[in-house]
Design a protein around this ligand. Structure first.
Ligand code: CIR
Length: 258
């Protein structure tokens, strides 16, 4: 199986509190109904790609809890409960544990003082990149690296470029050796040895795309990036991301896939 071939995903339905989710800039609150429609279209796209979906109930106490990618990390060999680096998000892990246990049985966990957001973890065939960021500290990255080693997976700790929320805000795997990146990520040199497709100026938000089986899901506001990916020989499905982008989120954040 290739690392972007998936049969299952965990997602969480949005709660009305999602409109108060974290954001680094001064974006207005998203519109709840429009955001819910974006989320539904995203879940339909995963189903259309052949994935079986485990839909978790909304969690009003945690505004950012639809971004299920951050409190956990999964590979087919096992699941790891992470510790998100934003204080308002740490409690999300307690609501993820049972869902992971149902699917994976044993679940490894990070310990106190160790912080990793799943948005900082990118799987490629050669290695799994763990990006240090404002959310992911070295203790967390090293603990995750050790947990992955116990699952037979190699991981490499790297630096997320400054001013980028998560490592995957600026990078997504498109095929075995090709990564879609922003110019800042390309310039960081982290992906030496990979083929890079750089998002055109003004389309940096496209870099959080999601390859699922035969299709690349990309924000629908990024036509030039669609064209670059199609020219590379891959099929693209555009999805609305206007509301979730107000919360600094993209297309990988809303699911855990294996
Ligand atoms: C946050 O700041 O934590 C959320 N508003 C957005 C999280 C996006 N997650 C991701 O990219 N993996």
């Amino acid at each position: 199986m290739r690392v972007f071939d998936f049969t299952n995903a965990i997602v969480r339905a949005p709660a009305p509190s999602v409109v108060h989710g974290l954001r680094s800039g001064s974006s207005p609150n998203p519109d709840f109904e429009k955001l819910r429609a974006e989320h539904q279209a995203y879940v339909s796209a995963l189903q259309g790609a052949g994935l079986q979906i485990d839909l978790l109930p909304p969690l009003d106490a945690f505004a950012d809890s639809i971004f299920v990618e951050d409190p956990a990390f999964v590979v087919p060999q096992g699941a790891i409960l992470l510790r998100p680096g934003a204080p308002t998000r740490l409690g999300e892990r307690e609501h993820m544990r049972d869902a992971l246990k149902r699917r994976f049985g044993r679940v490894q966990e990070l310990a106190d003082g160790e912080y990793v957001d799943g948005g900082d973890v990118l799987i490629t065939p050669k290695t799994i990149f763990i990006g240090l960021s404002r959310r992911t500290n070295r203790a967390g990255a090293e603990a995750l690296q050790a947990a992955l080693k116990s699952l037979g997976r190699d991981a490499r700790i790297v630096q997320t470029p400054a001013a980028i929320l998560h490592f995957k805000t600026a990078s997504s795997l498109l095929d075995e050796e090709t990564v879609l990146v922003t110019r800042a990520m390309a310039d960081s040199g982290v992906f030496e040895g990979y083929h890079l497709i750089v998002t055109p100026d003004g389309e940096e938000g496209a870099a959080n795309a999601l390859r699922v089986n035969g299709t690349v899901l990309v924000g629908d506001r990024f036509p030039q990036t669609h064209e670059l990916i199609r020219k590379h020989g891959l099929s693209v499905q555009g999805l609305a991301v206007t509301e979730i982008a107000k919360l600094d989120a993209g297309l990988s954040c809303m699911s855990l896939r294996w």
